[in-house]
Write a protein that binds this ligand. Sequence first.
Ligand code: SF4
Ligand code: SF4
Length: 73
Amino acid sequence: MRGTFKIVIDAKWCKGCGLCLAECPKDVLQWSGARSAKGYNVPVQDETKVCTGCRLCELICPDQAIRVEGERQ
Ligand code: SF4
Ligand code: SF4
């Protein structure tokens, strides 16, 4: 599978539940260690891991805070 994917997380909506980290089959999402304005720990994309663009993280997020940018080719 080819393509480069960017994970965009809107810290305004993320509540740090960790569901996206648990769901990602490629271990792409990690805790950033940075707190949002609401005080939640927000995930970040680990650029050393290969995101396949499966969009499971996007689908599992209960707050629609995560978006996968890029197209599968
Ligand atoms: S799109 Fe798939 S592989 Fe990429 S971060 Fe989300 S769950 Fe992981
Ligand atoms: S699933 Fe959504 S709300 Fe939960 S940590 Fe991930 S981006 Fe934040």
